[in-house]
Design a protein around this ligand. Structure first.
Ligand code: THU
Length: 126
């Protein structure tokens, strides 16, 4: 299974009983490991976590520190990009990572995080 297929497969695990909007992510580290994530919602709504952050936090908790690619899947005609919070977290751990968006019809777009997040705040300001 390639990274896009893994993101699509991860989406099927989404816990999204409130929004019914299912998202999947697959994050590849430079050593070739892949960490998947899906969105996990909560009845309080605000505690819900996006697929991208689940994938990043799984990866970090497994000891991965360098990443080369992430794929994000959703069932939308206009490809779904990471939300603002996820862009910040991705920047922190993955820098200007290659990002591929994919939908259920196989439409894809590949870009870099910088394209979506041009002037990030990060540790360089501290
Ligand atoms: N969501 C993600 O998981 N990733 C995104 O890139 C956009 C939004 C989730 C959060 C929430 O569970 C649902 O989609 C609706 O916002």
């Amino acid at each position: 299974m390639n990274l896009l297929e893994m993101a699509l497969e991860a989406r099927t695990k989404a816990h999204a009983p409130y929004s019914h909007f299912q998202v999947g992510a697959a994050l590849e580290s430079t050593d070739g490991r892949v960490f998947t994530g899906c969105n996990v919602e909560n009845a309080t709504y605000g505690l819900s976590v996006c697929a991208e952050r689940v994938a990043v936090f799984k990866a970090i908790s497994e000891g991965a520190r360098k990443f080369q690619r992430i794929a994000v899947s959703a069932d939308t005609d206009v490809l779904t990009p990471p939300c603002g919070a996820c862009r910040q977290i991705l920047w922190e751990f993955c820098g200007d990572i290659e990002l591929t968006l994919v939908n259920l019809h196989g439409k894809t777009e590949t870009l870099h995080l910088r394209d979506l997040f041009p002037r990030p705040f990060d540790a360089s300001f501290l």
